[in-house]
Design a protein around this ligand. Structure first.
Ligand code: PLP
Length: 417
């Protein structure tokens, strides 16, 4: 008698509208790209795709950095790769924090053995550049690591002056742009940022699991001084440098750079179908045009905000520094935030986000990014939120959110015409 296995039913996930802080719905053409046939990692067609990914993401990052490629894993994989490859035990690393992900940078830098100096801004605000500059003057860190847009608070940190000061004063600036790349302007070269990493699952509207990364020659120099090639693949005659070996093999940027160079060092097996996804995300974005995509994000999220305020809901954080793709909404007194989220999900198939730490239970986070960032979804979300609040005993002015958002769009469309 043949054995009976437990195999479950065919995969059939419900169709949600993902309007939290990410992940978000994937562009249809990205889903199609993922389903393309596998290729071997050294197939000339595949290496051509790798080269194209480098060209595409240079444009997305607004950089001429040769070293612009993908790291397999979610966004934090690329954060780890950058920090473990740059930071040596005892190095001073400054981490200005204005939300949960600043704490993540702190933890990763500490795990690399850094002497971490932290600087804290109240959640819901960002730093004035002088505050960070003062701290750099005081501590002379080797590396400054900072989040561009921290989804936990929905705030975006201006980076221009920080980049310039770091460059003029010999510090490396690393930026986590996981939640901003592709929806908020991020000019890597102009703002003098040395290394930037991101993810696909936010404004890039791809699945989580591939982390676009860009590094300039200053970073490449630090990393290459530590390039100890894995013994089984070391080219004859290669002599390891005197620099300390990078303590992760998987996230060794020096070996990754060789893999992404014409040398094609056989490091890991590239995540083929995730590379197809990343390539398509960048293609979709660039086909629309960076400026147009940024404008679309601004428009949809401003319309959402106008709608939320018309519903007498209060927005969280400093208005002047909001990310363009996600909004914090203060949960009104007496409202059970989780009951509303469950109602939105179960009755309307719309996911919105909760928050972390001190903000848990205090704010919802509503995102409109990538493929989701369209008028129809903004209106659906406002309507569902209003109905969910009503079902839970909290009434907002009838239809006010949808009407205000529609009005905002109409005005914007008039301006363009
Ligand atoms: C700003 C920021 N950095 C890092 C991360 C971590 O990304 P991942 O979950 O893809 O590893 C996130 C995830 O939400 C994020 O918003």
């Amino acid at each position: 008698m043949s054995k009976t296995y437990e195999i479950f039913e065919d995969l059939n996930p419900p169709e949600r509208l993902l309007m939290g802080p990410g992940p978000v719905d994937v562009y249809p053409s990205v889903l199609r790209a993922i389903a393309s046939p596998m290729l071997g990692q050294f197939d000339p067609k595949f290496t051509e795709y790798m080269d194209q990914v480098m060209v595409l993401f240079r444009q997305v990052f607004q950089t001429d950095n040769n070293w612009t490629f993908l790291i397999n894993g979610t966004a934090r994989a690329a954060i780890e790769a950058c920090l473990v490859s740059m930071v040596e035990p005892g190095d001073k690393v400054l981490v200005p924090r204005f939300g949960r992900f600043g704490f993540l940078l702190t933890e990763i830098a500490q795990r690399c053995g850094a002497d971490v100096i932290t600087l804290d801004a109240e959640w819901g605000s960002v730093f004035q550049p002088e505050q960070i500059i003062e701290s750099i003057k005081k501590h002379s860190p080797k590396i400054v690591t900072i989040v561009h847009g921290d989804t936990s608070t929905t705030m975006a940190q201006p980076l221009q002056e920080i980049g310039q000061f770091c460059r003029e004063n010999g510090a490396i600036l690393y930026v986590d742009a996981c939640a901003t790349l592709g929806g908020n302007d991020l000019q890597v070269d102009k703002w003098q940022i040395d290394a930037v990493t991101a993810g696909l699952q936010k404004c890039m509207s791809g699945p989580p699991g591939s982390a676009p990364t860009t590094l300039n020659d200053r970073v490449a120099k630090i990393v290459n001084a530590r390039k100890h090639i894995e013994v089984g693949i070391k080219p004859e005659g290669y002599k390891n440098p005197s620099g300390r070996r990078i303590s992760s093999n998987y996230f060794d940027l020096a070996m990754l750079m060789d893999y992404w160079s014409p040398e094609r060092l056989n490091h890991h097996t590239e995540a083929t179908n995730m590379l197809y996804a990343a390539r398509e995300c960048a293609r979709v974005l660039l086909s629309e045009g960076l400026e147009n995509v940024f404008e679309r994000h601004k428009l949809a999220n401003n319309a959402l905000r106008v709608g939320l305020e018309a519903m007498d809901l209060k927005l969280f954080g400093d208005e002047a520094y909001r990310m363009t793709n996600v909004t914090g909404v203060v949960i009104p007194n007496g409202v059970d935030g989780e009951a509303i989220r469950h109602c939105m999900l179960n009755k309307f198939n719309i996911e919105i986000g909760t928050s972390f730490g001190a903000l848990h239970g205090k704010i919802w986070r509503i995102g409109a990014m990538g493929h989701v960032c369209r008028k129809i979804n903004v209106l659906k979300c406002l309507d569902a939120l209003s109905q969910s609040l009503k079902k839970n005993g909290y009434s907002t002015p009838m239809n006010a959110g949808v009407q205000a958002a529609e009005g905002y769009y109409a005005l914007a469309e008039q301006k363009v015409a």
